[in-house]
Design a protein around this ligand. Sequence first.
Ligand code: 6LW
Length: 496
Amino acid sequence: MGDTAPHPVLPGFHPDPSVCRVGEDYYLACSSFEYFPGVPVFHSRDLVHWRQIGNALDRPSQLPLTQAWSSGGIYAPTLRHHDGRFWLITTNASTGGGNLLVTATDPAGPWSEPVMLPGVPGIDPDLAWDEDGSCWCTVAGVSQVRLDPETGKTLGEPHRIWSGTRGAKAPEAPHLYRIGEYWYLMIAEGGTERGHAVSIARGPAPTGPFEACPANPILTHRGQEHPVQNTGHADLVQGPDGSWWTVFLGVRPGGGTPGWHVLGRETFLAPVEWVDGWPVVGEAVSDPSRIPWPLQEDVDESVLDDFEDNALRPQWISLRDRREEFCTTTERPGWLTLRARGSSLDASDVVFVGRRQQHQTCRADVLIDASVGRGGLAVRLDEHHHYEIETGDGEVRVVARIGPLRTVVASQPVPDGPLVLSVRIDEKQAEDARSGPDTVSFAVAEPDGEQTTLAALDGRYLSTEVAGGFTGRVIGMYATAGIVRFDWFDYVSGGF
Ligand code: 6LW
């Protein structure tokens, strides 16, 4: 991937990317698991600069996540444009979920109520239409069934169409394309960890039979000394100039051995050339000058939110649901008000609103008023792996939750009144094999006062290699008791 590691085009926990183009506009969607709203949707005109325009599943009727465990909920989506509409198919892997399909004329929303697909098995559903207008739904395995996308009824029984390359596990993330004289079936295999890879096959019809590309896998970094690992789960798109590109997921492990990734699986971009009717994936790019058509202006992703808007911006995500009675920006205009559901530390009682950590070095600050409650600022991987600085009842404390252990690492009395709570995350260069990926420090200050650092913690315990699962860190505000209000939230990246 060139002499310097390319950056993701969508940094932070944006896994399982699916992309489509309409005219000169690209749209991309990612999986979102236990977070609500779900399935973030992005727009770009150059494949490098992406701006979030909404979330496809932003109503409880579309996204029942009540029983979703961490890394449950919404798995991989496929986003397509067909017959004047956007189609998004995905899997709600939580209780009462299953495969579902929503449509929209405007990808920014609103998206339709879900059409459930009881006859579509498994995960990673893909949609493709053939020349006769038949819709084929292909899922991990790799199996396929014809689908009536308007009613969700399957036409016939699912049948296996390819099992991937010999010996590779987890053939998943299928995408079917009609390109030239062939139908191409591209999949991920090897598992979404260090063995991840992308393979492809082609055949005369959407149902096959498929012959595997002799050069499979067409993308992998397994076993390579490469700063981007776990590369896989790709989707293809053709540019307006006829060039081909692929988006795919990758991780950037830090520290010593085995390497810990903390930002989750991020979205990368690479050019694709066709040789003898097979795609050859080039070096990943993040330099806009590598894009052969006019670039869009840099996207102003304002990351200082003063909560002056009546509704929360689309980047904000909550755990499993978001109800006005617990989370509102209208009760005290210009403030985010969080009302705890109970006073236990149980995850189901905590009310949380966060945004993905998108940079290996970054900082977040909030102005908090916990005069009638308890809450703070957290760095969360899942409910068993999170660090936070919290205040309430005249004290500020740093708490670390690592698996079954919960420890108050530092605390001190604080005066009544609003406080500025801060978390600073500094990527660490590995000093030896045992080094962690970064340091997570917490500080407190009175507004316009001096900052006091309370604790600096090893970030490896908030990594996927320790916690497991499919997500990445989310930095957010929370309430565990009473009412907690936030005047602003400021996220500053320290570079990629
Ligand atoms: C997703 C599967 C995968 O459904 O991980 O990396 C699963 N690939 O395709 C969850 O993201």
